[in-house]
Design a protein around this ligand. Structure first.
Ligand code: DC
Length: 208
């Protein structure tokens, strides 16, 4: 079974993907981390974010098992990841790794922006998880504040909107709901309600 989950930043897709993987005993890949790992390596070496050949070279040295979410979760790395994600050749390299991960038994949950459309077009079930920009900005602000860091709602909101715009307007594999994806709008849901709704959708798809 392959569960494909797409959606914008701070929609809750990552938490849902992790919990669905636990629930259905599947492996999980947060594909955003692959773009973040390449971006972080470029930033650490002071290399340009727009050079496709260098970015591809970084991707060739990427080990999915060694990606450390805690080291890649910063706002700066997220922004840089969204920038390198426009490079078609880099995407080709990362998509190859992601497809390999998905094809390994017993199956997997992958979350990202182009899983249902490009990485796993034949997934057993596809979810497009979204929420209003305001709800996502509130969640992201609360999350940062809860870690004892500073965050200002208005700037978090404008950053999210800018990232949505870049991720959905790029020419190669833009963020898009696949025609056969189930839309899950979590604006008015807490995580438990969203999880139950997602489990129901997966169970129904599996039964069908
Ligand atoms: O989900 P995230 O915030 O960790 O993703 C960081 C960036 O990586 C996101 O802004 C766009 C890019 N990305 C992508 O283009 N395709 C994916 N499947 C996952 C992430």
């Amino acid at each position: 079974m392959i569960i494909a989950i797409d959606g914008p930043a701070a929609s809750g897709k990552g938490t849902l993907a992790r919990r669905l993987a636990e629930h259905f005993k599947l492996r999980h890949l947060d594909t955003g981390l692959t773009y973040r790992a390449v971006a972080a390596a470029l930033l650490a070496k002071g290399l340009p974010l727009g050079d496709e050949q260098i970015a591809i070279e970084m991707a060739r040295h990427l080990d999915l098992a060694k990606m450390d979410k805690s080291l890649l979760s910063s706002h700066e790395v997220g922004e840089a990841a969204s920038r390198v994600a426009v490079l078609g050749g880099l995407r080709g390299e990362l998509v190859r790794l992601q497809k390999e991960f998905a094809a390994t038994p017993p199956g997997a949950v992958l979350d990202g922006r182009d899983i249902g459309t490009v990485v796993c077009p034949d997934a057993t079930v596809k979810l497009f998880v979204t929420a209003s920009p305001e709800a996502r900005a509130k969640r992201r602000t609360d999350e940062i504040l809860s870690k004892g860091q500073e965050a200002e709602y208005a700037s978090v909101l404008s950053d999210l909107k800018r990232r949505d715009e870049r991720d959905s307007q790029r020419t190669v594999a833009p963020m898009k709901q696949a025609a056969d994806a189930h839309l899950l709008d979590t604006t008015e849901m807490d995580i438990e309600t969203a999880f139950q709704a997602a489990v129901d959708i997966v169970e129904k798809a599996r039964a069908a």
